[in-house]
Ligand binder design. Sequence first.
Ligand SMILES: O=c1ccn([C@@H]2O[C@@H]3COP(=O)(O)O[C@H]3[C@H]2O)c(=O)[nH]1
Ligand SMILES: [Zn+2]
Ligand SMILES: [Zn+2]
Length: 243
Amino acid sequence: MDIQMLGTGNAFAKLYFNTNALLYTEQHTILLDCGNTALLSMHKLGKSVSDIDAILISHIHADHIGGMEELAFQMKFIYKRKPLLFIPESLVTPLWESSLKGGLLQDECGTLDEYFDVRPIVPGVKNELLPGLAVEPIQTDHIPNKISFSYYINESFFYSADMKFNPELLHQLVDRGCKTIFHDCQLRPPGVVHTTLDELSSLPDHIKERIWLMHYEDVKPDYEDKAGIMSFVEQHVRYTIEQ
Ligand SMILES: O=c1ccn([C@@H]2O[C@@H]3COP(=O)(O)O[C@H]3[C@H]2O)c(=O)[nH]1
Ligand SMILES: [Zn+2]
Ligand SMILES: [Zn+2]
């Protein structure tokens, strides 16, 4: 499986776009979060909404779902198909009622199912989504009353949602065989609702060597020499994830 970031910046980034990604299996392209800047970033890559087979969502913040309304309208009225929407059950109602309904509700379209082929997925277990793509949603802390899921993919790759530092989880994942960790990282403390660079820097080397930083602020150039053996994920670079 390959991953290509549509953006690597935080919610307020003006230089790096929102942290959203394309996952590539042999047969499918999956959009992992669809924030405000996702479709513009795809356009810059020469891609359109029609290139997406499925969508997977981490949580209901605009830098992760702000592009969903345009995606839904383009799919319905231009490409005339429903993309797969893989989503933990507990996010289905919030996504529609609290975010998308305002723009997408119209006479003949009163539910999320009118726009997407909704496939609820189960937290805490491996869900076989597509050939070559198995996903375990892990609910991780971000903000009170903001349900948020990180994803353990193909039993080798952890992709964090926006999350508070959880060293126990990272230790557990590495013990389970996790080889690569893409982790949200707030460079300037305090993190409060995110994990900071200082917190990730406190981890042992055998975990840090697997960590790639994303969801960073526009001050990233000032921190390139402060991440030690951790790496920064870069926008639009296509990475092959070790299985
Ligand atoms: O209680 C709160 C709620 C939000 N925020 C900011 O708003 C941003 C929303 O997107 P995000 O989750 O990527 O990052 C969040 C933070 O930058 C915050 O600092 N404290
Ligand atoms: Zn975010
Ligand atoms: Zn968030």
